[in-house]
Write a protein that binds this ligand. Structure first.
Ligand code: AMP
Length: 217
């Protein structure tokens, strides 16, 4: 099989992270989520974590130079030879250009999957999202409620709201999306590598749509 080099694009809250985990399992490719990498670095208080913490808390983008370094180094690792799935990167045209340049030497052909959902639905998904602080399992107070309010079904851990899922930060993240990330749709459309997928409906419905598009030439 040829390499499967995928980029998942979409507003925060479109379910990219959930779909990425499914795609990773199905295709056996590494899932590289810049948001997760940063959150992990912040928890571990690494040098990177200290540098990026304020940006995440305020819902602002981490500067391109920092993000590009992290991702382009990660892509050099052996497990990315057979393909990769980028989730949350690129988020600016500058980042997209850096990625193009890094991949052009390897002759890699990327498929960009744009998951689309209207903003009202995105707001419900983000503001309703709760995460188990122990095992990371995700819930939503509107759609996927735990059996006992505030407690994880799987491990009994406490369900918390991500700092950047709080209302003010959500507003900022959406503003940032429209100003800096949405131009990427046009950027990739022009290159002829953009595939649009409807993000509404159940997790399985969206995965099926993604599988279909990934399978297309
Ligand atoms: P996410 O989990 O993808 O929504 O990312 C959470 C936060 O991490 C974002 O609000 C940004 O502060 C930061 N972040 C993640 N990916 C990027 C990126 N590609 N460029 C800049 N900042 C990013």
């Amino acid at each position: 099989m040829t390499n499967l080099d995928l980029v998942l694009l979409g507003m925060p809250g479109t379910g990219k992270g959930t779909q990425a985990k499914i795609l990773k399992e199905k295709y056996g490719i590494p899932h590289i989520s810049t948001g997760e990498l940063f959150r992990e670095a912040i928890t571990k208080k690494t040098v990177l974590g200290v540098k990026v913490a304020d940006f995440l808390r305020e819902g602002k983008l981490v500067p391109d130079e920092i993000v590009n370094n992290v991702v382009l180094e990660r892509l050099k690792e052996n497990d990315c030879r057979k393909g990769f799935l980028l989730d949350g990167y690129p988020r600016t045209v500058e980042q997209a250009k850096a990625l193009d340049e890094a991949l052009s030497s390897g002759g890699k052909k990327v498929k960009v999957l744009s998951v689309q959902l209207d903003e009202e639905e995105v707001l419900r998904r983000l503001s309703g999202r709760r995460i188990c602080e122990k095992c990371g399992k995700e819930y939503n107070i509107f759609y996927v409620r735990p059996k006992v309010s505030g407690i994880c079904d799987a491990c009994g851990g406490k369900l918390i709201q991500r700092d950047d899922d709080k209302n003010e930060t959500i507003k900022k993240r959406l503003e940032v999306y429209w100003a800096q990330t949405s131009p990427l749709i046009e950027y990739y459309k022009k290159k002829g590598i953009l595939f649009t997928v409807n993000g509404s409906g159940s997790v399985t419905e969206v995965s099926e749509r993604l599988f279909k598009v990934i399978g297309e030439k």
